[in-house]
Design a protein around this ligand. Structure first.
Ligand code: EPZ
Length: 428
C-alpha cells in the first residue's frame, strides 16, 4: 500500500486547479448507460472510484474509449448483461447507480446489495421505495438487489431522508417511465443538478433539480450526448483549507464560487481572507484564526464531506469549536489518528468538541476513508516534523494526484510506493 510522507511547516502559495467532480461523474457515467448511443464526457476526474465504475460498466458490455486525459467516450449501444456483481460493489458503493440505469432502460437489473462502510450503515431503503413506487418489484435475495417491471409508470415519491444517492437513482429509473414522476424532499447538491443537466442533454425532460421538487416527464428514448462535468466542490474546499491551515495564500482555480458558499462563509467567520475572482477563489490567512461551530447538513448547508478537513483546521485554531455531524453516524473515526498528533478533540456521539492547540507533531497515522485521509494530510501540512500516512488508497479514490497538486503550491509531500509502475493520468 502506498504511503504519503509529509514534512510539515511549509506555507502554501500559488495556484492550484480543481478537477471534475467525482460524485457528479459517478452519476453521469452511470446515466450514460441509459442511452442507446454514444456519449462523450469531458472533465472526468482521474480517481480510482471512477475507474472501478467504468470497469463495472465494461463488464456489462459497455465500450469505453479514452479520448484524452480527462475525456472518455461511452458507447452503451450494446449491453449484454444486467447483473452487477459484488466484486464491483464492494470496491465502490456508487455502482448502485447501475441499478437505476439498468432498470430505467431494460426494466430489469440485479445489483449486489452494498454493505455499510467506515462512515456509517448507509441503507438504501429510499432507493428501493422509489423503484417500487415506479412499479418495479424489488427483492433482496442472496445479497443481490433484484428489480424488474413490466413497465415503469411515473409516480409521486416523497423521500423520508434527504438522500443524494436515492435522488439520482430515482431520476435514472424514471426518465423513461410512462407519465410524470415527482421527487419531493430531494437532495439539492450541485451534482444532482449536473446529473439532471446531462440527462436533459440526452433528451430527458427533468425540471426542478436543485429545488424542493423535481418533476420528470418520461420520454421514450435517450440519445448519447457531449457533456462537461462540473468542478469538484469538495476537492476545491480541501485546497482552500490547505491554504488556511498553513497560513498560506493560494488561488484555487476552476471552481464554481456559488457551490463553495457554505465553506467560504465558515472560513470568513474564522478570519480567513476569501476573494472571489471569476471561477477562482483566493484564500489567505495572514492572522490568527478563531474557532467556529459547524453543523453538517444537506446542500446548501455545510457538507459532511468537508467535516473532517474543517475539523483538522479547527484543531489549530484559537478557542473551542463544536462540530456536529448530522448526516453519518460514524464520521469522527479520524479523530483517533489526529489525537496521535497532539490535538485536543473530544468526541461525544455525533459531536466533536475541538479545543485549538498551538502545535501538532508528525507521526505515523492511517486513513480510514477518503475525507478522513484528506483531513490527515491537512493536519500533517502544519505538524512539526515528518508524518507518514498509511492507506493512501482511500485518498486516491477521490482526489486526483493530490500530492502533485499540493507540491505545486509548496508542500513537502511525497508518495512512497511498492509498485514500480508509474501512476498515469488516464481514466482507464
Ligand atoms: C453521497 O453518498 C456521496 N457519495 C457521499 O460522498 C456524501 O457523503 C453523501 O452523499 C452526503 O452528501 C456519492 O455521491 C457517490 P445519502 P450517499 O444517500 O448518496 C441516509 C465522499 O466522501 N439514507 O445522501 O450514499 C444515509 O444513511 C462520499 O465523496 C437512508 O437512510 O449519501 C445518510 O445518513 C462519502 N436511506 C443520509 O441518508 C437511504 O435509502 C444521506 O445519505 C439512503 C440514505
Amino acid at each position: 500500500m502506498d504511503q504519503f510522507i509529509i514534512n510539515g511547516g511549509n506555507v502554501l502559495k500559488g495556484r492550484v486547479e480543481v478537477s471534475g467532480a467525482k460524485n457528479a461523474a459517478l452519476g453521469i457515467i452511470s446515466a450514460a448507460l441509459l442511452a442507446d448511443g454514444i456519449s462523450t464526457i469531458q472533465n472526468v476526474p482521474y480517481v480510482d472510484d471512477i475507474r472501478v465504475l467504468l470497469e463495472a460498466m465494461k463488464d456489462l458490455g459497455v465500450r469505453i474509449k479514452n479520448i484524452d486525459d480527462h475525456t472518455i467516450e461511452i458507447d452503451s449501444r450494446k449491453v449484454d448483461k444486467l447483473v452487477v456483481d459484488y466484486e464491483h460493489i464492494k470496491k465502490i458503493r456508487a455502482s448502485y447507480y447501475l441499478l437505476g440505469s439498468l432498470l430505467g432502460r431494460f426494466k430489469e437489473a440485479q445489483v449486489a446489495m452494498p454493505g455499510g462502510c467506515n462512515i456509517g450503515q448507509r441503507p438504501i431503503d429510499q432507493h428501493i421505495k422509489g423503484f417500487e413506487a415506479l412499479g418495479a418489484e424489488v427483492e433482496v435475495d442472496h445479497g443481490m438487489v433484484k428489480a424488474r417491471a413490466k413497465r415503469l409508470n411515473g409516480a409521486s415519491i416523497y423521500l423520508d431522508v434527504v438522500s443524494v444517492g436515492a435522488t439520482i437513482n430515482i431520476m435514472l429509473a424514471s426518465v423513461m417511465a410512462k407519465g410524470v414522476t415527482t421527487i419531493e424532499n430531494p437532495a439539492k447538491e450541485p451534482h444532482i443538478v449536473d446529473v439532471a443537466n446531462y440527462l436533459n442533454s440526452m433528451g430527458a425532460e427533468i425540471k426542478g433539480a436543485g429545488t424542493d421538487i423535481i418533476k420528470i416527464h418520461g420520454v421514450d428514448k435517450l440519445h448519447g450526448s457531449e457533456y462537461m462535468i462540473i468542478p469538484d466542490q469538495i476537492e476545491a474546499g480541501t485546497y482552500m483549507i490547505a491554504s488556511a491551515i498553513t497560513g498560506g495564500d493560494v488561488v484555487v482555480e476552476n471552481l464554481i464560487p456559488k457551490h463553495m458558499e457554505a465553506i467560504s462563509a465558515k472560513l470568513l467567520e474564522m478570519g480567513v481572507g476569501i476573494e472571489e475572482q471569476g471561477d477562482s477563489i483566493r484564500v489567505y490567512a495572514h492572522k490568527e484564526l478563531k474557532g467556529v461551530n459547524i453543523k453538517t447538513l444537506p446542500y446548501p448547508g455545510f457538507p459532511t464531506d468537508m467535516q473532517p478537513q474543517m475539523t483538522a483546521l479547527l484543531t489549530v485554531t484559537k478557542g473551542t469549536s463544536i462540530v456536529s455531524e448530522s448526516i453519518f453516524e460514524n464520521r469522527f473515526q479520524y479523530v483517533d489518528e489526529l489525537n496521535r498528533m497532539g490535538v485536543n478533540v473530544k468526541v461525544e456521539g455525533n459531536t466533536a468538541i475541538v479545543s485549538g492547540v498551538k502545535k501538532l507533531t508528525g507521526t505515523e497515522i492511517t486513513a480510514s476513508d477518503l475525507r478522513a485521509g484528506a483531513a490527515l494530510i491537512l493536519a500533517a501540512l502544519v505538524a512539526e516534523g515528518e508524518t507518514v500516512i498509511n492507506h493512501v488508497d482511500y485518498i486516491d479514490r477521490g482526489y486526483e494526484f493530490i500530492e502533485e497538486k499540493l507540491r505545486g503550491i509548496g508542500a513537502d509531500i511525497v508518495r512512497k510506493s511498492d509498485s514500480k509502475e508509474k501512476r498515469q493520468l488516464k481514466v482507464m
